[in-house]
Design a protein around this ligand. Structure first.
Ligand code: MN
Length: 205
């Protein structure tokens, strides 16, 4: 049984950047549904019992039943992506990282500001529902990608990229407050990204 990540902050704590009702519905309805649907699909796949969500997403092709494979891809992706997303948000966020991640950002993007620009542009250009990602490759290099739907770099890059930051650009992530203006949501979101958490993920990846 997979469980949603426990939030380290209240639904209202990310105001005014992310509003309370969006958090209630996003975490309490959308993420809860992905998690329940994943667990329901896995009940029909006893061979996957005990596997981590990463192992499952890296080996979707091992699921022979096409409908079940799609269910695990969509809902397993939704479960994993939101566990990452909600965990890297914090009311104390917004400060650039220090240490090893800061050095790597400098090496790969010249500056923190240029990384934020690249992530913003990538997230803004996702057509329809999807995600923008910052990942670490096996050499330690940082890579920015995007994915449709609830895919993520584990699915799109077959284990060559480990996601350390995900930006949700499904309309459910912002429409109640920002309506159709995705760029305003993206600008606000960077005020609540906890780069210390991202740096810990970089160190462990
Ligand atoms: Mn979402």
């Amino acid at each position: 049984m997979f469980e949603q990540v426990k939030l380290k902050y209240d639904f209202a704590a990310l105001e005014p950047h992310i509003d309370e009702m969006t958090m209630q519905i996003h975490y309490g309805k959308h993420h809860a549904a992905y998690t329940n649907n994943l667990n329901n699909a896995l009940e029909k796949l006893p061979g996957l019992a005990g596997k981590s969500i990463e192992e499952i997403l890296l080996n979707l092709n091992s699921i022979e039943d096409a409908a079940l494979q799609t269910a695990v891809r969509n809902n397993g992706g939704g479960f994993y992506n939101h566990n990452l997303f909600f965990d890297i948000l914090s009311p104390q966020g917004g400060q650039p990282p220090q240490g090893r991640l800061a050095e790597q950002i400098q090496a790969d993007f010249n500056s923190f500001e240029e990384l934020v620009q690249k992530l913003t542009a990538t997230a803004a250009s996702v057509f329809g529902s999807g995600w923008a990602w910052l990942s670490k490759d096996p050499s330690g290099k940082l890579v920015v990608t995007s994915s449709p739907n609830q895919d993520n770099p584990l699915i799109t890059h077959g284990g060559k990229l480990t996601p350390i930051l995900g930006i949700d650009v499904w309309e459910h992530a912002y429409y109640l407050k920002y309506k159709n203006v995705r760029p305003d949501y993206l600008k606000a979101l960077f005020n609540v990204i906890d780069w210390n958490n991202v740096a810990e993920r970089y160190a462990k990846a």
